[in-house]
Design a protein. Structure first.
Length: 308
């Protein structure tokens, strides 16, 4: 199967390309407007239509977008434009192709917002309650996907990944931020580690397992379906930090950093992947400990590269 991947140069995108190739598919990679060619500007509908027409794919995995909460709070309209309008442009490009193209729209577990702890783990039937502009933009993208599926008969699937981690993730995210700081300390930096809210609990899944789930959904997902992509277990950020410190084997002083505190942080977020497992046969392959070891090794390699 020939699969067009938007956002292919991003954190998840690189792993999705590898997973598709490993499964025997033919990936076609498109990056963002600031990447080297082939690049894609989601806000240019004609460019998106040309990209889909030129690729002539059997399927599309739409990963591209603004993927970070703080910038969405600083500039909500830009996030809405890229994540919602950009998704419409992809859907319209698929519709213009005039033939069946399975399309996977990647949303986010942030759409669930703050839910009562007793509701955890969350399944796909839980009503969404977005509480930041990023989450709201993803809800909008999901609604467009649902409408385009019903109105125009597109073969569309929505994935709601929970927190995914792994080698190569932007250090603005919490786990690679910890790993990067620890790697710098191990290389001789002052033994001070800045943190945000350590009490939050998240459902962490290795990005390589997330990529595998997307490939499984292309093969076996139900058209019109919405699927959580998650481990099913919540882990406190404090515990993740403890494990990383143990892996790094360095003595550190942990300090709260108000700049790292989110105004709308969700206390607990944990998903139920029963539907994904039952309908596709997908199972995760990486433990949290294995992911953290790989993340720290990647951080050490990056710190060493900068020092050279």
């Amino acid at each position: 199967m020939r699969v067009l991947v938007t956002g292919a140069t991003g954190f998840a995108g690189r792993h999705v390309i590898a997973a598709l190739a490993a499964a025997g598919h033919e990936p076609v990679a498109l990056g963002g407007p600031r990447d080297p060619p082939p690049a894609l500007d989601l806000l240019d509908p004609q460019a998106v239509r040309r990209a889909v027409a030129d690729a002539a794919p059997d399927a599309v995995i739409h990963l591209a977008g603004q993927a970070f909460v703080p910038p969405s709070i600083a500039d909500p309209l830009a996030t809405l434009a890229v994540n919602a309008t950009g998704t419409v442009h992809v859907l319209e490009a698929v519709r213009a192709a005039g033939r069946p193209i399975r399309t996977l729209i990647v949303s986010s577990a942030e759409v669930y917002g703050k839910q009562r702890p007793e509701r955890m783990p969350l399944d796909e039937a839980v009503p969404v309650r977005p509480d930041n502009p990023y989450a709201a933009s993803k809800v909008a993208a999901e609604i467009y996907a649902e409408v385009w599926g019903r109105l125009y008969g597109l073969d569309v699937i929505v994935a709601r990944p929970f927190n995914h981690i792994g080698p190569g993730q932007d250090a603005r995210f919490v786990v690679p931020s910890f790993a990067r700081q620890l790697a710098e300390i191990a290389a001789g930096a002052p033994a001070l580690l800045s943190v945000g809210n350590l009490a939050s609990e998240r459902d962490f899944l290795d990005v390589r397992d997330v990529a595998g789930a997307y490939v499984a959904l292309l093969a076996n997902g139900r058209s019109g379906g919405v699927y959580n992509v998650c481990s099913g277990h919540a882990v406190a950020i404090r515990e993740v930090l403890r494990q990383l410190i143990t892996i790094a084997r360095v003595a550190v002083e942990v300090r709260d950093d108000p700049a790292r505190m989110r105004p709308s942080d969700i206390p607990v977020l944990c998903g139920d992947a029963t539907k994904l497992r039952a309908e596709t046969g997908w199972t995760p392959q990486f433990t949290l400990a294995a992911s953290l070891r790989d993340i720290y090794a990647d951080a050490c390699a990056r710190v060493a590269a900068v020092a050279r």
